[in-house]
Design a protein around this ligand. Sequence first.
Ligand code: ZN
Length: 142
Amino acid sequence: MGAFSREFKPDKVLAFRFVDEELVKALTSFVERENVETGIISFIGSFRQVKLGYYDEKLKKYMAIEFKEGPYEIVSGLGNVSLKDGRPFCHIHVAIGLHDGRMFGGHLIEGDVLLAEGFVQVLEGEALVRKPDPDTGLAYWG
Ligand code: ZN
């Protein structure tokens, strides 16, 4: 697919806080409600349980890693919002901390939060749109 870049200007910053919700669903509803097309997501907090993934290029799918016995600190949550199939789509990665300080991380498939608080930096400009790439099975910007 080659290189792709686009310029944006910062628009408003939205703060959010979720308690006892599934984070991917809650964040997706939030950005839909706020009509965010392109944005930067950052958050911290705690998961009760979480399913992370990594992308297997040969199998062309996300392999899940489950963490069921929380709480796990959300050491860092980082993501972006763009349009996929005409709707806002949140792509999120997290680093989670265990009780003994070890850290794991990956692509956030789903996670039940005890608490998550963070921000969405809304970006102004021509919306980023994800398009499917048959070679990798992923949906890229561009
Ligand atoms: Zn990812």
